[in-house]
Design a protein around this ligand. Structure first.
Ligand SMILES: *Cc1c(COP(=O)(O)O)cnc(C)c1O
Length: 309
């Protein structure tokens, strides 16, 4: 399996964003555009999937099975990657089957992914057991990829996100946090002089610090902080100020953000800059982890850039 498949390279840029705020506070803000990697397997998801897929191929598995919610960027990416690399795929989806499939799920199904819906309780159980026990025999002998790519192989892939060139000039590296897999990889690729900030997309996710610590074998470096203040009411919750911010940010920078992760991160960065969290002269690298397909669940017109995706 070619992990450096040509569709995954050569598109990512680092864009500089300047605004009145960054000028006034003397902050350099740069965005690593992983959203440009690929329209479906965008952002961090390819990095988190690649070593699981390689492991599945090495071990001779023909089918992968993974977990996610109805709007999951991970399900979207896994369906596409499985299709590209000739695996059969099944997605175990949280919640009852809706009368109308979400854009994410119908796209996954069109790519050949079988969808299996489980109630929330059964889903958590299945996720904990790596699928065994609950789901029927047809899942025996298939390769399970944890929800969101959570795990050491996901971390190893995520560490490669920063293999884009010289990142030593950045004083702060900032990214969205869901399972924590991506930020754990980022931590492995940064130096102790750089401050790494994860902005959680969930409301008071108390387990997160321990989960990240377990991904890193207990060695969480001192230069790492998780900020829990920008969830806007919880995972995938949104409010008008967030959507307004995303539209303003697009007009300023031409960079589209998603409302579940990167919109909240950029809002947080902007708020932290205005509150003097960063010293003058700081150079921030925000990792745009992609996820733009999730914006399709919003009513048309909510975002000025939605139609361009
Ligand atoms: C999945 C996702 C994340 C969360 O990544 P983790 O590795 O689970 O912390 C962040 N941003 C976007 C856009 C995502 O789709």
């Amino acid at each position: 399996m070619d992990l450096n498949h040509p569709i995954y390279s050569g598109r990512v840029t680092i864009d500089t964003v300047e605004s009145e705020l960054t000028t006034e506070k003397n902050i350099k803000l740069h965005v690593l555009r992983l959203d440009k990697l690929h329209p479906v397997i965008s952002g961090n998801k390819w990095f988190k999937l690649k070593y699981y897929l390689a492991d599945a191929a090495d071990k001779g598995y023909k089918k992968i099975v993974t977990f996610g919610g109805p709007y999951s960027n991970h399900i979207a990416a896994a369906a596409y990657a499985a299709n590209q690399f000739n695996f059969d795929a099944a997605g175990i989806i949280r919640g009852e089957q809706p009368p109308l499939l979400s854009h994410t799920l119908s796209a996954a199904r069109d790519l050949g992914m079988e969808l299996h819906f489980l109630s929330r309780d059964d889903y958590s159980l299945a996720k904990r057991n790596g699928g065994t026990g609950l789901i029927d025999e047809c899942f025996i002998n298939h390769y399970f990829i944890p929800e969101g790519g959570f795990g050491k192989m996901g971390v190893a892939g995520a560490a490669e996100i920063l293999h884009i060139g010289d990142i030593s000039k950045y004083t702060h590296i900032i990214a969205a946090v869901g399972t924590g897999t991506t930020i754990a990889g980022v931590l492995q690729a940064t130096s102790p002089q750089q401050e790494v900030i994860g902005i959680s997309a969930m409301k008071s996710n108390a387990a997160l610090a321990d989960e990240i610590s377990s991904l890193l074998d207990g060695t969480v470096p001192g230069n790492f902080h998780i900020i829990h203040d920008y969830h806007f009411g919880g995972y995938a919750k949104k409010s008008q100020p967030l959507l307004d911010f995303m539209n303003r940010f697009y007009r300023l920078s031409n960079i589209p953000l998603d409302f579940v992760y990167t919109g909240k991160v950029m809002y947080g960065i902007s708020d932290l800059i205005s509150k003097n969290y960063f010293s003058p002269g700081a150079a921030i690298l925000m990792i745009h982890t992609g996820g733009l397909q999730g914006n399709r669940s919003l009513p048309p017109g909510t975002l000025e850039f939605r139609e361009k995706m």
